[in-house]
Design a protein around this ligand. Structure first.
Ligand code: NAP
Length: 255
């Protein structure tokens, strides 16, 4: 019996989950990417790329492909696709599970200022000139054009094109994960004294948070958006276990 799984990805965890599930002979897996990066990471399972066309498009895709299980393994700040996934699953009566990686928690030595969203992060930079490290997506970077007094270092997977309208800015392209040692070296090289980051959680990008603590650097940390409440796991391992249980119960019911 084939168990059809659609993984909504774009994260290192989605790739790891796909790799884990791919060895199972009964699973037919398709990984979906939004298509944001020019050269997406190589994946261990078949991939489709691009939006579905909202809730209706995703619901249609689920029905046409005969998806048994929808897995939301997208980034915690990708709130729209997570909402669409929950709504499309409800509309089609499809089982859905999500990876909800825990957020980073404040530790002794952290110099965090937590803000609700990008707009509040920009406002938090309404201060004397600093040397600011930004690790955000292009759409999220644009509002920082309002704060021209700072020196910026921007890191992204693809080049920021067109460049931002800021007088003092350097760009680097790199794909994580980034170790604490790597981040310390980078922060020191560019004499960074403030980081703006999303509270992404997980291990792939925590290096900069650990490095900031070690170096006593300020962090403006953007809080998580609200995500829909669906059955969820905190780790790839836990999620793989949940999926296995669901596949077994479907097999027992003989669906
Ligand atoms: P978003 O705002 O939640 O979604 C915007 C639209 O992009 C969705 O409505 C959907 O289009 C499409 N989409 C998003 N993820 C998709 C997927 N896995 N497969 C197919 N279509 C997808 O998403 P976002 O914040 O722009 O993130 C886009 C992708 O980058 C996600 O896959 C996410 O995991 C990854 N990512 C995001 C961040 C972040 O900070 N936001 C960080 C790292 C990786 P339709 O409505 O047309 O279906």
């Amino acid at each position: 019996m084939t168990y059809s799984i659609l993984i909504l990805g774009g994260t290192a965890e989605a790739k790891a989950l796909a790799g884990r599930l791919s060895v199972h002979p009964d699973y037919e897996i398709l990984l979906s990417l939004a298509g944001r990066t020019k050269a997406p990471a190589v994946q261990p399972v078949p991939v489709r790329i691009g939006g579905f066309g909202g809730v209706e498009g995703l619901a249609r895709f689920i029905c046409e492909r005969g998806v048994d299980l929808l897995v939301d393994a997208t980034h915690p700040f990708a709130a729209r696709i997570s909402r669409n996934a929950a709504e499309a699953a409800a509309a089609t009566g499809t089982d859905v599970v999500a990876l909800r990686r825990p957020e980073w928690l404040r530790q002794e030595g952290d110099r965090w200022r937590e803000v609700a969203d990008i707009a509040a992060a920009v406002q938090a930079l309404d201060i004397a000139p600093r040397r600011v490290f930004l690790t955000l997506g292009r759409q999220e970077l644009l509002p920082f054009e309002a704060m021209k007094q700072h020196h910026y270092l921007v890191r992204s997977v693809d080049p920021v094109d067109p460049p931002l309208d800021l007088p003092n800015i350097s760009y680097i392209t790199a794909r994580g994960p980034f170790s604490e040692a790597n981040e310390i070296a980078l922060l020191e090289k560019h004499a960074i004294d403030l980081i703006v980051s999303k509270n992404s959680g997980g291990t792939a990008s925590v290096g900069k948070i650990d490095a900031a603590r070690r170096l006593g650097i300020d962090v403006v940390l953007i809080e998580r958006p609200r995500l829909p409440e669906v059955a969820s796991a905190k780790s790839v391992e836990e999620l793989a276990g949940m999926i296995a249980q669901r596949a077994v119960s479907v097999r027992k019911r003989g669906e």
